[in-house]
Design a protein around this ligand. Structure first.
Ligand SMILES: Nc1ncnc2[nH]cnc12
Ligand SMILES: [Zn+2]
Length: 329
């Protein structure tokens, strides 16, 4: 059977920064790194929780200095995604992590969108979601939304990531409200390390349309019922959840139970350069660990198409691709 066509909805561009590219960019930008070679850096990718990962992930951002760097990072992800069967990707960018280091928002956004534009010519459609940082002051989140709006860059939506264990979702209502008033789509990380209530909060207070992760919603049966009834898309990242200690092993991951509960779940890679695989590898490993059937895989592929922020014509094309794959013996 050919590679399953997929839609990826939870992918941090910064999380696709492979050790080889980190070293190449460090050389290009004359940044001193404390790593001898890519394997030395890779050997440090042992995480105990989300924060231990974020510390290294944020430190590595230092090599991204110019619009060209962002272009090259994005182009490298798109090339790898194409081999993973990705036909449409909605990618996150932590804009504040770069403007906070002195980069101009336009330079970062233009670098990324230039690469996304070229992928469109090759049949891989994409959208850009600027993720607000929950660990930073909420005023900065409003400023980031303003920068997105003022830049004129083609941005599809606003998300929120970083640690969930600080601040309340309501602190970010002004930023999400501003984005919503200007027609941007909305999503947020919640229910990854944080409790089920965080999932309800981003839905009720920030009015998000999707929830990134959301796996801990499974601890609250009433919330599961609500998410299933409303068919709220949940962008689940199995390898990430295991590498960050959300679940002890893939065999204990709730993905299959989530499908069985009628939730609109999708499979994604989150930060593939750090967590041991792109979306194809996530599918492969979770299928083996949870003994997923062809029906489960078809449902996951269809869910991602339905959860994508695409127009009717593109959704129809994506539906056809998935149906064509499903019909292949
Ligand atoms: N898994 C994750 N959770 C929250 N913020 C992130 N930023 C990058 N990866 C993340
Ligand atoms: Zn994420």
């Amino acid at each position: 059977m050919p590679t399953m066509p997929t839609v990826e909805l939870h992918l941090h561009l910064e999380g696709t920064l492979e050790p080889e590219l980190i070293l190449a960019l460090a050389e290009r930008n004359r940044v001193d790194l404390p790593y001898a070679d890519p394997e030395d850096l890779r050997s440090r990718y042992e995480f105990t929780d989300l924060q231990s990962f974020l510390d290294l992930y944020n430190a590595n951002l230092d090599v991204l200095r110019t619009g060209e760097d962002f272009h090259d990072l994005t182009a490298a992800y798109l090339a790898r995604a194409a081999t993973a069967g990705v036909r449409h990707a909605e990618v996150f960018l932590d804009l504040q992590s770069h403007t906070g280091r002195g980069l101009r928002p336009e330079e970062v956004l233009d670098g990324v969108t230039a690469a996304l534009d070229t992928s469109r010519e090759r049949g891989l459609t994409s959208g850009l979601i600027v993720t607000l940082m929950r660990h930073l002051p909420p005023e900065g989140a409003v400023e980031a939304v303003r920068q997105v709006l003022d830049s004129g860059a083609e941005v599809l939506g606003i998300g929120m990531c970083s640690t969930e264990l600080v601040r309340h979702a309501r602190d970010f209502a002004p930023a999400f409200g501003l984005a919503r008033a200007h027609g941007l789509r909305l999503t947020s990380h919640a229910g990854e390390e944080g409790p089920p209530q965080h999932v309800a909060d981003v839905l009720d207070i920030l009015h998000v349309e999707r929830v990134d992760h959301g796996v801990r919603a499974m601890e609250d049966p009433a919330l599961v019922e609500r998410l299933a009834a409303d068919q709220v898309p949940l962008t689940v990242c199995p390898l990430s959840n295991v590498r960050l200690g959300v679940f002890p092993s893939l065999g204990e991951h709730p993905l299959r139970r989530m499908l069985d509960a009628g939730l609109l779940v999708t499979v994604n890679s989150d930060d593939p350069a750090y967590f041991g695989g792109y979306v194809d590898e996530n599918f492969r490993q979770v299928t083996a660990a949870l003994d997923l059937s062809a029906d489960h895989l078809r449902t996951l592929a269809r869910n991602a198409v339905e959860a994508a922020w695409v127009d009717d014509a593109r959704r129809a094309e994506l539906r056809d691709e998935v149906a064509g794959w499903a019909a292949t013996p």
